[in-house]
Write a new protein. Structure first.
Ligand code: G3I
Length: 321
């Protein structure tokens, strides 16, 4: 029987998964499922600034190397996630009384070092993650405060300087369909392109939490970004239900949602979908208390025992057509 990866390879589609390095080390089934069923990896946390920077002048690349090497050894492409984010900053940041210029130099060096280390091994970078707030305004973060609103331009330029070959992405959630937030992102990226900022694509995370994703709106949204000249990837997909309102046939509905998203992606010319980890037991919804209490914790293609779920077959069938 074909794996998801076989089917995706056959049509040159990228089907990826977020990867947790601890599971990779400790659980052979995790390793085996990830490498046989997917052809791309995204380190779920290991390349974020918090995990990477134990102190101001040091790096700890062990976890990131483990995931990147796993990907390379198994002929998978690698998405680097993420260089600039307001979340998961190092804890020591709180005690650092930096000047704006110090923070700017810190970020520049961080991007140069991290992108440089993985010049040969990371194919695409989420250079900036979640810079737009839910109402469409620019999110105020340490980065916008210190570097000014032009920090996106600088971050993309620094990444391009060290790796001219990697595809550079802007990545966000809640902007999968046509809505206020995706409109704002559209305007933002159009502005960056007009100023010749080196950006290649937009990542739509597609955490479907509680709502039925609207495939027509997703396709239309993908198409308008592609018309700007950007690539579009679905970068962190999962499908969960409101915890107090899980339908009896949740697994079938979940499969339908996955199928519809794959079809919308294919129809609109997107060639990459990444799910946000391999199996339900590793979903962020299981470990994130506030989200975990609000949503059902089984949003992925494989269940806790690595059995293929209806959603798995739905994705595979949609890719086989
Ligand atoms: O690894 C440490 C461990 O050493 C420590 O003992 C433990 C105690 O809290 O924490 C562990 O780190 C946690 C890490 O997940 C690994 O499990 C962090 O606290 C926790 O904050 C972190 O959560 C991650 C979250 O981003 C952080 O905001 C999730 O795994 C990850 O799935 C989630 O991913 C984000 C994307 O990057 C961006 N888009 C939304 C998506 C879902 O929130």
């Amino acid at each position: 029987e074909s794996t998801l990866r076989d089917v995706a390879d056959e049509r040159e589609f990228t089907i990826g998964t977020a990867i947790d390095p601890d599971s990779l080390r400790r659980d052979p089934s995790y390793w085996k499922t990830a490498s046989s069923e997917f052809n791309a990896v995204t380190p779920e946390n290991a390349l974020k600034m918090g995990p990477l920077r134990p102190s101001r002048h040091t790096y700890d690349f062990r976890d990131a190397d483990a995931v990147v090497n796993f990907g390379r050894e198994n002929d998978m492409t690698v998405r680097g996630h993420t260089l600039v984010w307001h979340n998961q900053k190092p804890e020591w940041f709180q005690a650092w009384d930096y000047t704006d210029e110090q923070l700017r130099q810190f970020l520049r060096e961080h991007i140069h070092t991290v992108v440089g280390r993985y010049r040969e091994t990371v194919d695409a970078w989420d250079v900036v993650n979640e810079a737009v707030a839910d109402d469409g305004s620019m999110r105020r973060t340490v980065w916008s405060d210190a570097l000014g609103e032009d920090y996106l331009e600088e971050a993309f330029t620094w990444a391009r300087e060290v790796n001219p070959d990697a595809d550079l992405y802007y990545n966000d959630y809640g902007a999968d369909e046509i809505n206020e937030k995706s409109d704002a992102i559209y305007d933002l990226l159009e502005g960056l392109l007009e100023r010749d900022v080196p950006i290649d694509g937009v990542g739509l995370q597609l955490h479907a939490l509680g709502d039925h994703p609207d495939p027509d709106s997703i396709a239309e949204n993908i198409e308008r970004f592609r018309d700007l000249g950007l690539e579009v990837q679905i970068t962190e997909m999962d499908v969960a239900f409101h915890a107090d309102d899980v339908p009896a046939d949740a697994l079938e509905i979940q499969a339908d949602y996955y199928r519809e998203v794959v079809e919308a992606c294919l129809e609109a010319g997107c060639d990459t979908i990444v799910t946000w980890d391999v199996h339900d037991a590793n979903s962020w919804l299981r470990s994130f208390k506030d989200f975990g209490e609000r949503y059902s914790g089984d949003p992925l293609l494989f269940d806790d025992r690595y059995e293929r779920k209806p959603a798995y077959y739905a994705v595979r069938d949609a890719l086989e057509e």
